[in-house]
Design a protein around this ligand. Structure first.
Ligand SMILES: NC(=O)c1ccc[n+]([C@@H]2O[C@H](COP(=O)([O-])OP(=O)(O)OC[C@H]3O[C@@H](n4cnc5c(N)ncnc54)[C@H](O)[C@@H]3O)[C@@H](O)[C@H]2O)c1
Ligand SMILES: [Zn+2]
Length: 379
């Protein structure tokens, strides 16, 4: 037992607990992975946040499915209100941030409130940015409900909203007090959203662990059938990989950029299509395209893009741009990505499956000529 826990809410046998550094100091937060954790949300939230007042932020779909469960659990340990916004990436905006922060003020939430982000990555990023800015920053708990948010978005403390100029361009680092993952919540998740999450798991294998990548290749069918043990193993391994990268570079001054593999293209695709293409789908396309870019520039081992396309197709994910999307428009949209430096777009590439690429100067991002980017987007 940890010294400050009591027997009721201490990590239980069978839990996976991953400790993640909260920033540059010594503080860490727990990622608790436990089937059935949602029913114990009150006790877990209380222990991790130390708060007595909670404001749950959820999109309308998640609120309808799991809002009353969250309220009931949290009201066991304190006051709790639910704040709802319309689902979808198109609502991850400053406008929704303004509506939510006004509603919190209206409800009289003070500095003692703990924001609970209940939902997918859109909710995590948006509610996280609310927590980072409300009254100059209040505690945050992440309670992810999509596979993508469980394995990627909820861990690492990045929060943001999208603006007209591009995705995630206004935000803050704001580490949560804890992340509570209940894989049972995936029972209500549509198949297409499950696949979107698997795209980020493929990314974790591709940048950091060839053995994990091969395991995903082998387990593809059972993951799609939602085998509980395989899903739990996937969540655990992906959280470990993400946490390890974040631990070495919490504020993304270097190695953390490797988590952006596939994302320079993905963000451009999302923006070009008005966010009609979901993040996970865009990441799938982006990884295959960026592996092709790496192969064409001599950074990535030959055959990597083909291997990615094969596992992605096995998982029901796309490996190419949607028909009708002009590669030149995507190229143009890459120019506003955050990794643009000295007017050059920076790409986070891999050298082979399981190994992120570094430039000869040791940099984690690389630039590439437009003609080769265009060729990779079109292939
Ligand atoms: N901060 C980070 O480090 C980070 C990392 C990766 C991705 N992201 C961000 O995450 C976002 C994508 O997240 P996402 O794919 O989870 O999208 P999302 O939050 O829009 O969720 C997808 C859909 O699933 C629904 N949903 C969520 N949980 C459900 C459940 N249990 N049952 C039924 N329906 C459910 C939602 O209402 C939504 O319609 C993007 O904005 C991306 O930029 C952030
Ligand atoms: Zn992502």
């Amino acid at each position: 037992l940890r010294p400050d826990s009591n027997a009721d809410d201490a990590p239980a046998a069978g839990d996976t607990v991953v400790d993640v550094p909260a920033g540059t100091g010594d503080a860490t937060y727990e990622v608790v992975i436990r089937n059935g954790a949602f029913a114990q949300l009150g006790e877990l939230a209380r222990r991790l946040s130390r708060a007595h007042r909670f404001a749950v932020i959820a999109d309308d779909r998640v609120a309808a499915l799991h809002g009353s469960g969250a309220l009931a659990a949290l009201r066991n340990v304190g006051d709790c209100d639910l704040f709802v916004f319309p689902a979808g990436e198109a609502n991850k905006t400053r406008e929704t941030w303004a509506v939510l922060t006004d509603a919190l003020l209206q409800a009289g939430c003070g500095r003692d409130v703990c924001i609970v982000a209940l939902g997918g990555g859109v909710t995590g990023d948006l509610a996280g940015f609310v927590a980072a800015t409300y009254l100059r920053g209040v505690p945050l708990l992440q309670v992810p409900t999509t596979l993508l948010a469980m394995i990627d978005a909820s861990v690492g403390g990045k929060t943001a909203v999208d603006v007209r100029a591009g995705k995630n361009l206004v935000g803050a680092f704001h580490a949560p007090r804890g992340v509570i993952i209940d894989p049972d919540l995936l029972a209500t998740l549509p198949d297409v959203e499950l696949r979107n999450g698997l795209a980020e798991a493929v990314k974790h294998g591709a940048i950091a662990d060839a053995g994990y990548f091969a395991w995903i290749e082998a387990a593809g069918a059972s993951l799609l059938e939602r085998d509980p043990q395989d899903l739990q193993q996937l969540i655990r391994r992906s959280v470990e990989i993400k946490a390890a990268v974040v631990a070495r570079d919490p504020l993304e001054t270097g190695e953390r950029a490797t988590l952006n593999f596939g994302h320079t293209a993905a963000h451009a695709i999302e923006r070009c299509t008005g966010y009609e293409v979901a993040h996970g789908q865009a990441v799938a396309m982006g990884m295959a395209i960026e592996a092709g870019l790496g192969e064409r520039t001599g950074v990535t081992a030959a055959g990597t893009s083909a291997r990615l396309r094969s596992v992605l197709s096995e998982l029901g994910l796309p490996g190419r741009l949607p028909a009708g999307l002009d590669p030149r428009a995507v190229l143009a949209a890459t120019a506003t990505d955050k990794k643009v430096r000295n007017a050059r777009v920076r790409w986070s590439l891999i050298s082979r499956i399981g190994v992120a690429a570094r430039s000869s100067q040791g940099e984690w991002t690389l630039s590439a000529p437009d003609e080769i980017v265009l060729e990779s987007l079109a292939s």
